[in-house]
Design a protein around this ligand. Sequence first.
Ligand code: CP
Length: 308
Amino acid sequence: MIDIKNLLNSDDLSKNDIYEIVDLANDIIKSPKDFSHVCEGKILGTLFFEPSTRTRLSFESAMLRLGGSVVGFSDANVSSSTKGETLQDTVKVVSQYADIIAMRHPQEGAAYLASLTADCPIINAGDGGHQHPTQTLTDVLTISQYKHTLDNHTIGIVGDLKYGRTVHSLIKIMNLFDNNKYILISPEELKLPQYVKKEVFKDNDNYDEVTNLDEVIGEIDILYMTRIQKERFFSTSQYTRLKDSYVLDMEKMNKARKDTIVLHPLPRVNEIATEVDKDPRAVYFNQVKYGMYARMALIYKLLEANNA
Ligand code: CP
């Protein structure tokens, strides 16, 4: 049984925790009716200090599909933080109403700060360029659906590896499993930062860094495309120069293997041409749906673990 109060970082989860969540998500996918009342009387608080479509709406759909209810805001400007209320106070207050909170915030470490004062479990729904652990649960559930194992994959991660928080969480989690290798594909300026490399790879050297996607696409089992994160750039001219560094189109897909799957945490801007959407290897819209199931499993498990 999962034994954590909060989910703040992907490394809060053990390999067994991941299997438990994936197994439960699979049970929910097979038989959603069996879970449609399990959170009756429970309230999820969604505190989104930064924009979101998928994460917020999938959390809300997840709780509603478990029979619970949702309160919250999708824009910090409609909350009392505009009057100067601190994050800690806001979270303390909402935790008097809600049984569990999902929070997104632009500052790294904000979810941890929230967890210090909250009287209920906190789920990090993205904290700045740091982590996005429920996106990783989404990715892992999607990989397990299509590949039937979390071991022995060559994972190509493309785009903004500097600011892309989903990437940092994904590598950490997939490193819990056996024989996974990474090909990190990015412009020089957007390479995975050294401190992240130290943290996620430790003493392993199971990764390569390249700049050219065409040269390696044929080696990849799981192609994880990411958006260049405009909102985290300090210089507009640098963003403009780098924004179209990688565009996955059918010409590139024709060099990929038949069993390669393409994931993207979304939103996409220009990095996957829409012509790729109809290719059966493009699974990013199904990934969105698996995100809801992964969050259903997580909410249920965290409430159970905390007797909330
Ligand atoms: N993948 C993801 O986090 O999407 P949103 O920003 O729309 O929540």
